[in-house]
Design a protein around this ligand. Sequence first.
Ligand code: 6PG
Length: 477
Amino acid sequence: ASAQIGVTGLAVMGRNLARNFARNGYTVAVHNRTAARTRALVEEFGQEGDFVAAESAEDFVAALERPRRLVVMVKAGEPTDAVIEEFAPLLEPGDMIVDGGNAHFADTRRRERALRERGVHFVGAGVSGGEEGALNGPSIMPGGSQESYEALGPMLEKISAKAADGSPCTAHIGPDGAGHFVKMVHNGIEYADMQLIAEAYQLLREVAGHSPAEIADIFRTWNTGRLDSYLIEITAEVLAHVDSATGEPFVDVVRDQAEQKGTGRWTVQIALDLGVPVSGIAEAVFARSLSGHRELRDASRGLAGPTAEPLGKADAAAFADQVEQALYASKIVSYTQGFHQIAAGSEEYDWNIDLGAVASIWRGGCIIRAAFLDRIRAAYDARSDLPSLLADEGFAREIGEAQDDWRAVLVAATRQGEPAPGFAAALAYYDALRADRLPAALTQGQRDYFGAHTYRRADREGTFHTLWGGDRSEVPA
Ligand code: 6PG
């Protein structure tokens, strides 16, 4: 046994992660269901470090030093269970299986429980950063026992991305499903960030009349300020790209139907179960689904729209500044909602997640990496029991300064019939949280009227019911 770590499942993510471990000086056992892939990896990249190619599951396990660290990089769902079933009987107490796929955290909890009974640690680790991240430094969100982190953490810290201050973009998130839960919310926020950027683009194009190339330049400028982030950077690249076949902007030749593999949807499903209002993330998921309903869209083409004229050129420059404010303010809201969901999950499952640490390890390597995350880290580091990011003085001030422009952008969008569901949902969330009174009192009255569901009064304790069908007097419930 000579390998410190093993990777099974050598599609591109697994292969790149194995190479990353090897490039960092670890001896890496590699294994794949079809052995040709294993041989190809060693042939092509063998000079990058020390690999041990294993043809069988038995050889693979035998190649690993104890405690064995076995990283599974296969498709989430049944393939993961199949691999666990194959390897678990070959392992000994103290060994660990690390699932680096996008597993649902409930599956991770189930697998962790089952393996714990055999004395095997199961580490559900969210890995973000795509192919490039896996090779050169991803953000890694490992869950599982403290003991497993002690044996695995230092290796993950070595291969992970590093934030600008040099700290590794990985940390022990918490027990069982905590890592995959946090990765799921990362993806929910990723959807929201992408949707908000898409809305900004659409408004700059349709309301202000900018071309994709001009918008690419606007995004490049934004990327030097507080919106500095990977997603803004690649947005400029995509917008500036010209299709070689037609000479048209790339964004004009691609079908406007967004796909999804499901992690954003899980975020919203779980948020509904936890009672966390992630309205911005939900709008992002729904926007993708709406875009895919070609038949509905075709059937709706004749519906009347507004008659307002596009803005003039002079206004267009000012409008771009306003859109930057709207985008930034809406982004604050998405992260507020996402971190609320992590706090709620942590509470529900007793994970004791350090929100500042989550922000910290998202600063590099992952898809949502952004300068902004350093601010979130600082906010939670200053006050770990911060009830909401909007309660942080700095964010509250910035969003307050942005709000007039944010509203103006939504007025312009609405006037011209351009949907901006992410911006709108974020503003509604902000205004609802600010409100002295919400119309929920009326909702309670209706519920009491039709279903005797009772209500509580603002002026004294107790639960009450009004005899709506009788003399309308109030009785204690
Ligand atoms: C990442 C990404 C990645 C994920 C897709 C989500 O963090 O590296 O989130 O894990 O597979 O980006 O893809 P969909 O848009 O298909 O849901």
